[in-house]
Design a protein around this ligand. Structure first.
Ligand code: FAD
Ligand code: NAI
Length: 475
């Protein structure tokens, strides 16, 4: 087997595996190294996203939503559900099978595209004669040489000081995705994306969930109107969200986990729960990379320092995904992976960071792209806005899912769409139209004049566009 490559990618999460495939497609002799192990010790490609992130969380969100629908919503359709039961082991097994399909799928794509795969930890050894030597520590240790290196080593969950993850009582996303029974009481620290998604899963399955959030404001990065609507919906569902909490101490013992905290009014409180999920953000992962061997510099947060084109301080060393600045999202990592592969091949790789959509897969779903109303106000940009409630949409009524709205913000003078914010059914799918529109610099009027199928949720986007010009037809 050759040990000299045009491109070596370290990490096979969405950033790394996509970079490797694109580089191979462009005719570059490419290898990818990944250390993730499945329960048999074999490779499990796809990184955080596939193994303990996007894919398993969405599998459990779907299963738990089905359970909630069967228990609480089918009756309205005239469907009786006596004797409803939960087989959690089977639900978790389904999730694991979906993860494995994705792991195997990436291995297949590597073979199809002639990407050489090494299973083990990759670390820099030296820079020699315009290339980099990389050691692979695994079952079969290797020493390989790369003309270009793409670092895509992802991120790890941030622990609370003094409360290390044991994945039994104090859980990261990993433990939160494989609890063997539904806890009676569940605490969640952090009302961010993981806290809301995983809190929703276990609440739907029967846990009493309390979420403690440090900030006084709920979902501060989200458009304020959307955040308010979502907070109302989650509270109604029974998620107990406490804002403005200062966590003082976490102790775990036989009786569960006890969290001492100061509430928003300054009162000392204690929350005692069977299990605690800590979801207070993630940190870039450079463990074991031996970055110092070649002088690869990190930024003040420990992420690999890169420019807009994902170039590091070293010639021909690139970095993408969670290990660099920017949102920690799989599709952002993928876009950077493609851009880097194309730049290496001499093309013009580019990522438009203003057009990266965000989705929170709760119920209601939350999705947005571009600027929020509070950002536009703060920047002094003159804008106009329109929104349309799902309550007035025929398809949403048929679905029985009428909460939330689509909100569109456009430049006051040119009518160019500046941001779209959705809370409601299938927001994750609806947002794609907004991303396409903004990528083509569409105006709100463009969307308002395009024929949308009836009855469909997407008509709400058209109606929000009409509302920008104060001429909604159905509201
Ligand atoms: P990763 O996916 O973390 O992959 C890095 C890989 O590198 C890993 O396989 C790791 O083992 C390997 N590695 C690290 N160091 C080395 C080394 N030295 N040698 C060899 N291999 C190494 N994002 C979304 O867009 N949508 C979602 O719905 C979503 N849901 C999520 C749910 C959860 C619970 C979590 C935790 C995250 C979620 N994310 C989601 C975020 C998403 O998972 C990450 O943004 C994405 O995985 C980042 O991709 P990456 O390629 O940068 O890194
Ligand atoms: P997050 O950044 O989304 O949320 C962390 C929350 O914890 C914030 O609200 C923060 O204010 C709060 N917090 C921080 N320190 C705290 C403390 N000491 N006490 C109480 N609250 C505290 O991070 P999260 O949820 O851990 O997820 C990490 C990342 O993974 C996300 O930012 C996102 O990039 C990615 N992800 C994406 C998903 C998606 O796209 N649907 C799903 C899940 C994760």
């Amino acid at each position: 087997m050759s040990t000299a490559f045009d491109v070596v990618v370290i990490g096979a999460g969405p950033g790394g595996y996509i970079a490797a495939i694109r580089a191979a497609q462009l005719g570059l002799n490419t290898a990818c190294i990944d250390e993730w192990k499945n329960d048999k010790g074999g490779p499990a490609l796809g990184g955080t996203c596939t193994n303990v992130g996007c894919i398993p969380s969405k599998a459990l969100l779907q299963s738990s939503e089905n359970y909630e629908h069967a228990g609480h919503h089918f009756a309205a359709h005239g469907i009786g559900m006596e004797g409803l039961s939960l087989d959690l082991a089977r639900m978790l097994g389904r999730k694991d099978a979906i993860v494995k399909q994705n792991n195997d799928g990436i291995l297949y794509l590597f073979k199809k595209n002639k990407v050489t795969f090494f299973h083990g930890r990759g670390s820099f050894v030296s820079a020699e004669g315009g290339a980099y030597r990389i050691a692979v520590a695994g079952d079969k240790p290797e020493s390989i040489v790369a003309r270009h290196v793409v670092v895509a080593t992802g991120s790890n969950p941030r622990p609370l000081p003094g409360a290390a993850f044991d994945e039994q009582s104090i859980l990261s996303n990993d433990g939160a995705l494989r609890m063997a029974s539904v806890p009676k009481t569940l605490g969640v620290i952090g009302s961010g994306v993981i806290g809301l998604e995983m809190g929703s899963v276990w609440r739907r399955l029967g846990a009493k969930v309390t979420v403690l959030e440090a900030l006084p404001e709920f979902l501060g990065a989200v458009d304020t109107q959307v955040a308010k609507e979502a907070h109302k919906a989650f509270t109604k569902q029974g998620l107990n969200i406490e804002l403005g909490c200062g966590i003082a101490e976490v102790k775990s013992g036989k009786g569960g986990v006890s969290v001492a905290y100061v509430d928003a009014k300054g009162g000392a409180q204690t929350l005692v729960v069977d299990k605690l999920i800590v979801s207070i953000g993630r940190v870039a992962n450079t463990i074991g990379l031996n970055a110092q061997a070649v002088g690869l510099t990190l930024d003040e947060r420990g992420a690999i320092g890169v420019d807009d084109a994902c170039r590091t301080n070293l010639p021909n060393v690139w970095a993408v995904g969670d290990v660099v600045r920017g949102p920690m999202l799989a599709h952002k990592a993928e876009e950077e992976g493609v851009a880097v592969a194309e730049s290496i091949a001499g093309q013009h790789g580019h990522v438009d960071f203003n057009l990266i959509p965000w989705v929170i897969y709760t119920s209601p779903e939350i999705a947005w792209v571009g600027q929020t109303e509070q950002q536009l106000k703060a920047s002094g940009r003159a804008y106009k806005g329109g929104s349309f409630p799902f309550m007035a949409n025929g398809r949403a009524r048929a679905l029985g899912d009428t909460g939330g709205f689509v909100k569109m913000l456009a430049d006051a003078r040119t009518d160019e769409i500046l941001g779209v914010h959705i809370v409601g059914p299938f927001a994750s799918e609806l947002i794609a139209e907004a991303v396409v529109a903004m990528a083509f610099k569409a105006s709100a009027e463009d969307i308002a004049r395009i024929c949308h199928a009836h009855p469909s949720l997407s008509e709400s986007t058209k109606e929000a566009a009409l509302a920008v010009d104060k001429r909604s037809l159905n509201f």
